[in-house]
Ligand binder design. Structure first.
Ligand code: SER
Length: 319
């Protein structure tokens, strides 16, 4: 049985990945590293957790040793729009934390999963069906940390044999913990507004396409890749994965089918628009499909049905 440490377990992905990993590997085998509130509901009751500042290597090393960890899911990151406002913080959390995880993993023989992102691409990258191996010249700090992270992770694998694996996540849509300060966050917020009967103000223009994915598929991707037969992996850091690509008009139309009175207007955030414009419209994920059988379950329609149902039952139960 694996012994897993999640670094950054209270964030958008971590709060749901921890539940899923515990259901697979057992509560006591998944240690949730947390840094700061807000903590997900019942966080401290659901299994072991440890306070960890991922920028401090000693804290990671001590936890890995004490809990006999063999696999690290390193989710510490500052998302794209926030990192643009505080590049030093984006760098420290995004990259120094990763290097700490990699050094501890090398020393103590752990596997490491680290998310990369569609943000690892830039304005010179082919925009449609972006290939697995292509130009990566991002123009955001977030993107730079992701490219560096991919290269470092591959380096630790080829140079030291550390079992590093990664996927390039699209914008992730979920209903448990809000994302913080990403460019794709609008595609989460829009559902909350729709269900609560509020008009939505969209920060990116109609016609701005980005790859997106529903959380259950994102969790499956991470776990499936970490369980994949290493002899089949030609790539490691990092795999393109894709599930759906849409612009604001398409998600609005999908939601409106369930909430006919829902209204949307635009008030463009120039920072988010510039970031979105520099990212691909859609990724080609054929390498992930070939090397570890990646296959998403949710498209825009199916995700929308589920998001609306879950949020309705949670947000409207007392009204
Ligand atoms: N969701 C991230 C962001 O928007 C991209 O991976 O920053």
């Amino acid at each position: 049985m694996k012994r897993i440490l999640i670094v950054g377990s209270t964030g958008q992905i971590g709060s749901e990945l921890s539940v899923k990993l515990r259901s697979i590997y057992g509560e006591s085998n998944v240690i949730c590293g947390y840094y700061k509130p807000p903590f997900p509901k019942d966080f401290f009751e659901l299994g072991p957790c440890v306070e960890i500042d991922a920028t401090d290597i000693n804290q990671i090393a001590t936890t890995v040793k004490e809990h006999k960890i063999d696999t690290i899911y390193n989710l510490a990151a500052i998302l794209s729009a926030t990192a643009e406002k505080n590049p030093k913080l984006g760098w420290d959390v995004g990259l120094n934390s990763l290097m700490n995880c990699l050094d501890v993993a090398r020393e103590m023989n752990c596997a490491v999963f680290t998310p990369s992102s569609i943000g690892a691409f830039g304005p010179n990258t082919p925009k449609d069906k972006t290939p697995q191996d292509t130009i990566q010249r991002p123009n955001t700090v977030y993107g730079i940390t992701k490219v560096m992270g991919e290269l470092l992770s591959d380096y630790y694998y080829t140079r030291w044999g550390v079992d590093t694996r990664s996927v390039r996540f699209p914008g992730i849509i979920s209903n448990m913990t809000h994302p913080g300060g990403g460019t794709t966050d609008y595609a989460v917020e829009i559902y909350y507004n729709a269900v609560q009967g509020e008009k939505f103000t969209c920060p990116v223009k109609a016609g701005t396409y980005m790859d997106m994915m529903y959380m259950p598929d994102a969790l499956n991707a991470a776990i499936q890749l970490m369980e994949a037969d290493p002899s089949r992996l030609i790539h490691r850091n990092s795999f393109n994965i894709a599930a759906m690509s849409f612009d604001p008009e398409m998600i609005y139309a999908a939601i409106k089918k369930h909430t006919p009175d829902f209204e949307m207007e635009y008030d463009i955030d120039p920072l988010k628009q510039a970031i979105a414009d520099s990212w691909p419209n859609s990724l080609d994920d054929s390498c992930a499909r070939e090397e570890w059988d990646w296959k998403p379950e949710y498209d825009l329609e199916k995700m929308t049905e589920d998001m609306i149902a879950v949020l309705r039952s949670r947000l409207l139960q007392n009204t």
